[in-house]
Design a protein around this ligand. Structure first.
Ligand SMILES: Nc1nc2c(c(=O)[nH]1)N[C@H]1C(S)=C(S)[C@@H](COP(=O)(O)OP(=O)(O)OC[C@H]3O[C@@H](n4cnc5c(=O)[nH]c(N)nc54)[C@H](O)[C@@H]3O)O[C@H]1N2
Ligand SMILES: Nc1nc2c(c(=O)[nH]1)N[C@H]1C(S)=C(S)[C@@H](COP(=O)(O)OP(=O)(O)OC[C@H]3O[C@@H](n4cnc5c(=O)[nH]c(N)nc54)[C@H](O)[C@@H]3O)O[C@H]1N2
Ligand SMILES: [Mo]
Length: 910
């Protein structure tokens, strides 16, 4: 039997549900300022007085506007100090949704015959959904069920109400939080609010819920892949009732080898982070308000159309389903930016022309001698199988030599860690070549048959070209590495059986990276390491078919301006963004899945560039630093909520499938839907014909021997087995027809002389080049700063992942212990780092593990929103050191790579 008090309480719940479910409409504010609402509110006495006063003192229009911004800040994560209207967050006291409590809650809904409404975009554990449920139980004689639900609700709702009261800036939400807190403790007060509910017209009906069966999906495992870093490891996802609860390595997968790193293992925390974007946002002045998808996409399409053709830049920080967005923005004639230009284009300008790929990996399966120049294989490796093989090689007794100014995790495991002066690897490698050539230790047969330009290279190395032999003594003076050490390593390397040398960003993100990378690769060329056991394995990937089936028409590509020309590459390098905007080369930006303010260089300069644009849209899963400057922010669902298919490679060639584990959460959409929505508005709709993304992905395998169904089932299909010396069968270092790789050697051989450099009049031989004097350390700025990466994070993508942030929640400045002692600096002391272009403050970490004169700090930190920005977690948050210190608009010269690892600076005691 329902009592009057039950009915009253039910109405009370409905009132709060209506006020917390969504943005509050202008009509509602108008109604709340009427006597029918205010009188009963006054009757509720002190707890309601605050809300009544706010409503009486402020006009409806003003309340409505202010609360729209405040709603976006508080509930949609546009602000620094959000509230979390979710049971899991408060019960587990972690900023995560869909944790254990949600299973009990679902059982309660099911017992009552309810389920989330089909068009409710938020979660079943939202405070408003649970309040509706309480009301519904009261009205449907659910006495016992009400008691149980009331108890579990009571265990967390006060924490939410208190959070609302504390985090809100607008007097309305502060007062609402206070009233809710009081009503949760006082059923009489709750019931007394019934007339207010009536005045607002919210007495009955279900919004977030609906009656109907809700079958439990039970336990499931899904074969899929991880997309947290570029490694793309095979992952087995465990689901329970459709909730992604755990991730492990996918057995047999060529990339993961059945193992995941801590980032992969924490993937559920990426999807369920409470900091996700949930709805499109439109900026008005400095603040954001929620928008529907139609309004937001209309705004984006209109914004795109205001930018003159060829001046709308499109940047994708990641390659996720790139076939669809690339086609759209190519059809609009947009200059395009990709990972290449922010990362290692200088290296690629060497490897892609001298070899067949940007980055052949060492095959450690039979390694005996591993030579790493600034590669932190244990922390940054592309694939956990490779890491496992690397560790096995060390266990077997393989020798590991690491050149790095810092004792990285990998250097710490090395037979020999050789610290060197930043930017001098080219000298060391040239001197090794000098030893190998002068002592005739090279593989003459390989050099004769499979390389081109040896004589020119030898002539430079021996000093016949310019009178400066690149001897170990010459290199010692430059690099600080003793000549005897260089001779020892060179001889050992040349004489070892299974060996290889590689470098990555430890060389790429410095001014002379192009030539130093070529010098390291030349060691492999001299010793015939390519595709040999322990050597760099030559990449080959299967080419996929088109997403456009026969009869479907890919949109025609418009020529896009190159934006800028570097010495070996023409294109758009965003490290010179502000300059490009100032030159009128770029007037609008479509930013997908990347955070320019954090990663394109000097943050203040990038931010200025963005503010000078006519239009900027950011498509991201989180409120990144750049999104704060955008006109429109489109919330993409995470990669775990949408499928993808790619052709990949480690030593084998294989296909990988990325499964959709759960439907897009909240009011988010996959890029597939966003592109279709924009294409339709821009008159290109007929070129994006698929109903579902699976239809397009299936097309890519049409006419191949591999079945899409089988791929989805297994997660991967190996198309080609690994083999040593593939080039002997291929008759070339380039893979045959039907296969792709990122580069191509014109000669089919390894080029000591870079043929593209010859064409462009750039020094085509490997060498050490002295960095420009303006960038070199001097008396005022005696240190060189370089960023590095952490195993637990990926760029700036993982900083709202609670599990990873618990492991690594901040960064510190590595500084040589002796030099720190000279300045009187103690562990953890806050210091100021100053470059000619900016400064920042962070705690110092004095250590013997870094060479004197060198400073380092982990990258990726510095978000102003999310876990790093949230005052609720003061212990979390670090500093984007290169973003503060880098010279604006400066890159290396061959490919426009940012100079993240070569910033002169000094350290000041505070
Ligand atoms: N966990 C994790 N893995 C990643 C990434 C990530 O963010 N997190 N990012 C991926 C991407 S996109 C990239 S580009 C790679 C980068 O992979 P790596 O290049 O391995 O990464 P870093 O840690 O940036 O740099 C490697 C080392 O270079 C050293 N170094 C600095 N200056 C010099 C120098 O002048 N000479 C030498 N020899 N060494 C120097 C640094 O001290 C550092 O230990 O990692 C990939 N893998
Ligand atoms: N200061 C500094 N700058 C750097 C570097 C550095 O270490 N420090 N490293 C350089 C290198 S090597 C590289 S490769 C680049 C990388 O630079 P970026 O490409 O900009 O970095 P990412 O971390 O790949 O992308 C970051 C954005 O992806 C969003 N994101 C995370 N998950 C998802 C998702 O599932 N879906 C969508 N749509 N978005 C998601 C995050 O919210 C974040 O805003 O930076 C370069 N620049
Ligand atoms: Mo990178």
């Amino acid at each position: 039997m329902n009592t009057n008090s039950d009915t009253g309480q039910a109405s009370g719940w409905r009132l709060f549900a209506a006020l917390l479910r969504d943005e509050i409409s202008l009509e509602s504010f108008r109604a709340m300022r009427q006597a029918a609402f205010l009188d009963p509110l006054h009757d509720c006495g002190a707890p309601a007085a605050g809300l009544a006063a706010v409503l009486e003192d402020t006009g409806a229009e003003e309340l409505w506007r202010e609360n729209a911004y405040e709603y976006a800040d508080l509930f949609l994560n546009a602000g620094k100090n959000p509230v979390f209207p979710y049971e899991s967050v408060h019960v587990t006291q972690t900023p995560l949704v869909r944790q254990k409590p949600v299973f009990d809650l679902r059982a309660k809904y099911r017992q009552a015959g309810l389920r989330p409404a089909a068009n409710w975009p938020d979660l079943e554990e939202h405070v408003a959904a649970e309040m509706e449920f309480l009301a519904w139980l009261l009205e449907h004689d659910g006495g016992e069920q009400y008691a149980a639900m009331r108890e579990s609700f009571g265990a967390w709702a006060p924490a939410f109400a208190a959070q609302l009261r504390e985090c809100a800036q607008s007097p309305f939400y502060v007062a609402l939080g206070g009233l809710l807190l009081a009503a949760l403790e006082d059923e009489v007060l709750l019931a007394a609010l019934a007339p207010c509910a009536a005045a607002l017209g919210v007495e009955s009906g279900l919004v977030a819920l609906e009656p109907g069966p809700w079958p439990d999906e039970g336990k499931q495992t899904v074969n899929t892949h991880c997309y947290t870093c570029g490694a793309l490891c095979g992952m087995e996802a465990r689901l329970e009732d459709g909730v992604f609860i755990g991730a492990g390595g996918l057995k047999g997968d060529p990339k993961s080898g059945g193992k995941l790193c801590p980032k992969g293992g924490s993937n559920p925390k990426h999807v369920y982070s409470a900091y996700r974007l949930k709805a499109p946002l439109i900026r008005e002045g400095e603040r954001f308000r929620k928008a529907g998808w139609d309004e937001a996409l209309d705004r984006v399409a209109a914004g795109i159309e205001t930018v003159p053709e060829g001046k709308l830049a499109y940047f994708r920080g990641n390659d996720w389903n790139r076939w669809i967005h690339e086609a759209l923005f190519d059809a609009l004639g947009c200059p395009k930016g990709t990972h290449r230009t922010m990362c290692d284009n200088s290296n690629r300008m060497a490897n892609e022309h001298n070899l067949n790929d940007k980055r052949p990996w060492l095959n450690y399966q039979e390694s005996e001698y591993i030579l790493l120049f600034g590669v932190n294989e244990l922390s940054t490796s592309y694939g956990q199988r490779k890491v496992g093989e690397f560790k096995d090689a060390l266990k077997r007794g393989a020798k590991l030599v690491v050149f790095d100014p810092r004792k990285s995790e990998t250097a710490a495991k090395a037979t020999q860690w050789i610290p060197l002066t930043p930017g001098t690897d080219g000298a060391v490698a040239m001197a090794m070549a000098w030893v190998i050539i002068s002592e005739k230790l090279y593989d003459a047969e390989f050099v004769n048959q499979w390389t081109s330009g040896f004589e020119a290279f030898a002539s430079r190395v021996l000093g016949e070209e310019d009178g400066t032999p690149r001897t170990p003594q010459w290199a010692e003076a430059i690099s600080g590495v003793p000549a005897a050490t260089i001779i020892q390593v060179a001889r050992e390397f040349a004489q070892a059986k299974n060996k290889g040398a590689i470098s990555w960003t430890g060389l790429a993100q410095l001014p002379n990276s192009h030539w130093s990378t070529a010098a390291i690769q030349a060691l492999n060329g001299l010793c015939g390491c390519f595709d040999a056991p322990g050597g760099p394995s030559l990449p080959f990937k299967r080419k996929l078919g088109s997403a456009w089936a026969e009869g479907q028409q890919k949109p025609p590509k418009k020529d896009a301006p190159k934006v800028e020309s570097f010495d070996l590459w023409a294109g758009w390098s965003p490290a010179r963004f502000e300059h490009q905007v100032d030159q009128g080369l770029i007037k609008g930006l479509v930013m997908y899945w990347g955070d320019p303010v954090l990663t394109w260089g000097n943050s203040a300069s990038v931010a200025r560039g963005i503010e000078k644009l006519d239009f900027c849209v950011v498509i991201d899963a989180y409120m990144c630093n750049t999104a704060l400057l955008a006109d429109v922010v489109l919330p993409e669902c995470t990669w775990l909520e949408q499928p993808q298919l790619i052709a990949d490679w480690l030593y084998e060639a294989f296909l990988s499938y990325f499964a959709q584990l759960t439907p897009p959460m909240y009011d988010t959409r996959p890029m597939f839907a966003i592109c279709k929505g924009l294409a339709g508005r821009l008159g290109l709709g007929q070129h994006f014909p698929w109903e579902t993304i699976d239809e397009a992905l299936g097309n890519m395998l049409a006419g191949t021997p591999w079945s899409f169904d089988q791929l989805r089932e297994q997660g991967f299909i190996v198309t080609d087995q690994a083999a040593y010396y593939k080039y002997r069968d291929w008759g070339s270092l380039n893979p045959p027809e039907g296969y792709g790789s990122s580069g191509k050697t014109r000669t089919g051989k390894y080029n000591f002389v870079n043929p593209v450099s010859v064409d462009k009049g750039v020094d085509a031989l490997p060498d050490y080049k002295e960095p420009p004097s303006e960038l070199r350390p001097d008396d005022a700025y005696p240190f060189v700063f370089g960023n590095f990466r952490l195993l637990q994070h990926e760029h700036c993508s993982t900083f709202n992942n609670w599990q990873l942030m618990k492991l690594r929640g901040s960064n510190e400045l590595w500084m040589n212990a002796t030099q720190a002692a000279e300045l009187g600096l103690a562990e953890g002391e806050l210091v100021r780092v100053v470059s000619p272009w900016g400064s920042c403050e962070l705690p110092v970490h004095p250590t013997e593990d870094i060479k004197p004169g060198v400073l380092g700090a982990a990258g990726g930190f510095g978000h102003v929103r999310g876990l790093e920005g949230d005052p609720k977690y003061p212990q979390l948050g670090g500093v984007n050191v290169p973003g503060a210190l880098m010279k604006p608009n400066e890159t290396e010269t061959t490919g426009g790579t940012p100079l993240l690892k070569y910033i002169k600076c000094r350290v000041e005691r505070m």
